[in-house]
Design a protein around this ligand. Structure first.
Ligand code: ADP
Ligand code: MG
Length: 479
């Protein structure tokens, strides 16, 4: 009598979805279920008909017996092995084989109850996972290699603490080893003068998700200061939000820019000096002459004094205009400035003079503040120069229309007159020092105007029709 031959057991055996067999101690299949017949690709009869002819089955059974005997030697009644079975349809079936030694009443080993589980799919999935993991790892490694070789400095931070630096960063901050910077706060490296700005930037990022590149000063480990430009990406790093900061040393570039700017200033100053000498020599020559005449004159001549006075006024005018130019070039005392408010002040200032010339100044803009970043007095100077020129171009009277337009990027200030206008040539030479069409002009106003607008990061357009009028449009970056 075989074990498990009760009807209930038979049912469980036959209906099991796991392939099962009862195998004799010498490796003959005594009984198999249909799941096993499906799994191995032979009918139940083929499998149980004495010693199977099929090589693959014989090998499998041999393995079952070997494995069970080893288990018995170790006093174990249950054992397990994995086996790659060659299916008659010419595919590999990956089996997980469990064997239990069945004993008779006298506790003598009698048969083996063997379960064959198909693990092919599972194994396939596992293999795929393993491969993916390997690939991920390789990718991670290649990213790392990329970062390590990058000439740009990369620094990964979590909550402001440095978690990774690439060699370029180490070189930049004059550190010998990553451990010199890992674990410290970026505040140690960013110069104190920029802490405020950078923390504001972080807050802005949290609010709007917007992040652009920014220039700031860093303090190297040996105290040296460097200017860098950089931007930040937020990523998931080791399961947490982290900031990848990518930046570049622009100290040299900055110094070069400063040098160029300085030499440009010197060139302008040189050009100016020649013109100034010329402009001031004429009034001085005439003053000189009149003073000589005065000395020789019997009694002082009222006309001489008038001429001297007017020449002195001219020198004063030129010197005054030049003073604006000689003030520090950069926008130094800069802050948010309400263009609308400045415009109102200047209209008040110029209205009387305009009325005397029969000119009406008409503001077209709504009464709302519009802000730009800049220096009040310099921007006032710009508007005064433009309005003065407009008025001087309108000897027949008329209207000057003012407009302020703005969007998110820029503010436009438009000054439109009905004056004599300019020829194409005049427009070309606009802004060159001492170029003027007026008897009492200095030809410095437009140069100063252009200079100030440039220092404020803005530009200026001119459109003009001779005998009809001129429109100046100033573009300034919006705040
Ligand atoms: P100035 O006013 O002392 O002549 P500017 O530099 O202010 O010097 O202007 C240079 C020249 O540009 C003026 O002499 C004039 O010929 C021309 N110009 C400037 N603004 C206008 C304008 N609104 N209409 C016509 N010509 C203008
Ligand atoms: Mg002028």
């Amino acid at each position: 009598m075989l074990p498990y031959s009760t009807p209930n057991h038979d049912f469980a055996f036959e209906q099991s979805v796991i392939g099962m067999a009862i195998v004799s101690l010498d490796g003959t299949m005594l009984k198999v279920n249909s799941a096993l017949s499906d799994l191995l690709g032979y009918s139940q009869q083929e499998l149980t008909a004495g010693a199977p002819q099929e090589e693959s089955i014989r090998k499998l059974l041999h393995q079952v017996v070997q494995n069970a005997r080893t288990a018995q030697d170790h006093q174990q009644s249950v054992t397990y092995f994995e086996y790659t079975y060659h299916h008659p349809s010419d595919r590999e079936v990956y089996l997980s084989v469990h064997t239990r030694v069945e004993h008779d009443m006298e506790q003598c080993p009698q048969t083996y109850l063997v379960q064959f589980e198909d693990r092919t799919l599972l194994r396939h999935v596992m293999k795929q996972l393993e491969l993916n993991e390997q690939k991920l790892h390789e990718e991670e490694n290649s990213y790392l290699q990329l970062l390590e070789g990058l000439p740009l400095s990369v620094l990964i931070t979590k909550k402001g603490i440095i978690h990774y630096v690439n060699p370029a960063t180490l070189r930049l901050v004059n550190a010998a080893h990553p451990r010199d910077v890992l674990g410290i706060s970026t505040d140690v490296i960013v110069d104190v003068s920029y802490h405020n700005e950078l923390s504001k930037r972080r807050a802005r990022y949290v609010e709007s998700g917007e992040i652009g590149s920014v220039n700031y000063l860093i303090r190297c480990l040996d105290g040296q200061k460097k200017m860098v430009t950089g931007f930040t990406l937020v990523i998931n790093y080791e399961g947490e939000k982290a900031a990848v900061n990518i930046f570049k040393d622009i100290t040299e570039q900055r110094m070069e820019e400063d040098r160029v700017m300085q030499s440009e200033k010197l060139t302008t100053a040189g050009q100016l000096a020649a013109g100034i000498a010329h402009e001031i020599r004429n009034p001085l020559t005439s003053i000189n002459g009149f003073v000589k005449l005065l000395r020789s004159a019997e009694r002082s001549n009222e006309l001489y004094f008038e001429i001297i006075e007017s020449e002195l006024k001219r020198i004063e005018l030129i010197v005054n205009e030049l003073l604006v130019l000689s003030k520090p070039q950069g926008v130094h005392v800069s802050g948010p400035i309400d263009v609308f408010a400045i415009m109102e002040q200047i209209i008040t200032l110029m209205k009387v003079q305009a009325a005397l010339k029969n000119i009406e100044i008409i503001p077209h803009y709504p009464m709302v503040p519009v802000f730009v970043q800049g220096e009040v007095n310099q921007l006032k100077q710009v508007f005064i120069n433009l309005l003065k020129n407009a008025m001087e171009a309108m000897n027949q009277g008329g209207t000057i229309t003012l407009d302020i337009l703005h969007n998110a990027q820029e503010v436009q200030i438009i000054v439109q007159d009905e004056g004599v206008g300019m020829t194409q040539e005049q427009i070309q030479s606009l802004g060159q020092p001492f170029v003027t069409t007026k008897d009492t002009g200095t030809g410095l106003g437009m140069m100063i105007t252009k200079n100030i607008i440039h220092n404020h990061g803005g530009t200026m357009n001119v459109e003009s029709i001779p005998d009809h009028g001129t429109t100046f449009t100033i573009h300034l970056p919006a705040l």
